[in-house]
Design a protein around this ligand. Sequence first.
Ligand code: IMP
Length: 451
Amino acid sequence: MTTQTAATSRPLAAASRALPATSIFGLQWGDEGKGKAVDLLAREHDAIVRYNGGANAGHSVVVAGTRYSLHLIPSGILYAGKKAVIGNGVVLDPETLLKELDDLAARGVDTSGLVVSSRAHVVMPYHKAEDAFREERLSQEAKTGAGTTVAQLGTTRRGIGPAYADKVQRGSAVRVGDLLRQDVLKERVRLACELKRSMAGAATAEAFDADAVIARATAAGERLKPMVADTTYLLHGMMRSGKRVLFEGANGTLLDVDHGTYPFVTSSNPGVAGIAAGTGVPTQMVGRVLGVMKAYSTRVGTGPMPTELHDATAHRIRERGREYGTTTGRPRRVGWLDLVAVRYAAMINGTTGLVVTLLDVLSGLSELKVCVAYRVNGEETDHFVPDSMDLAKAEPVYKTLPGFAEEIGGVKNLGDLPGAARKYLDFIEEFVGVPAELVSVGPDREQTIFR
Ligand code: IMP
């Protein structure tokens, strides 16, 4: 058995909280409950910043009994007087952003704190059409059996991959600042439409009609104009004047394009690695690195998931945990907690604290299994295997812990948790090597145990 060495982050837990920035990100495949963690910590910060992904994310926050589902706008917008910043690393769908702004305004939320990087890349109608087209094509390949190594990725079809691809291709990419420069916008969109039109079926032709795209983008740009700024200088200026900044990672570390279960990943770096590239703020300024993890595992879309369950336990967890996608409504795949994966994600992010969510969902199960190693080709390892082909072969090796019958939604202190729930948490902390700072036992702000 290969043993994980130097993987734990315990020494980092002492990192100074005096540093001006905090990071909150997911340690699994997204949907870890980051929205609530961000909401709880937003109070102590002056700016809440998105740095990766786009409208593929879905953060739900319940404030004063009202549920808000945000895809692009950082949830800090719900606090008057805070800056909600969309950094350059985000791929921004302007029409989705404007719709979110209108919805918030209609519910009486002051949205004047929103600032958008002029260097964030724009998701255009043709990116969404291309996302759908590619997914259809990949699914045909899988159906005919022609492709043995390709499969539908199960994307959110929000145009994320194609927009990031154009960013890296450069020639025909459009950034938010270009929405306000007609000459650049026209040139880029015409080129993009020409390059992509061969893909357009009748149903999507409008997405590739350059004049129509330019008109929509121009209209969105006019409305966005007052919010557009250089967010890098804004954030550095804020931190220099003693303000605190909270980075809100979208998606999850196991969906990281470099470190996740490639190719079944998103197109950005959802963990701490994304902050510097996606905002211009170096990670040395981030003192508190909080990794959010569910007390079990979920995954949306395709790709290997060693601890996936298809039985009554999965059904129970899905229903109790309301495990249906915020962005797509798809039922999430559910499984036992994969601690091999979580420890890997904690390691590559330099995690100083854990936020364990949805612990209450597990009550009523007679036993709780946690994956502590994989068996791959007959060999046992406690190293994560991010390559999808290899991970697909990994069989989980479980440790079985006692379950707890009591409902724990009202528990406020660790000491008041049932013994088995406490043991479950202790086991997680010990295995991952990072202390739990927050434990969430229900959707409301009050249903949180603080360390
Ligand atoms: P894309 O980000 O839309 O390209 O989708 C790529 C993969 O990441 C798919 O499996 C999606 O289901 C998954 N994904 C993207 N964003 C999230 C998220 O916020 N939560 C959970 N899964 C996500």
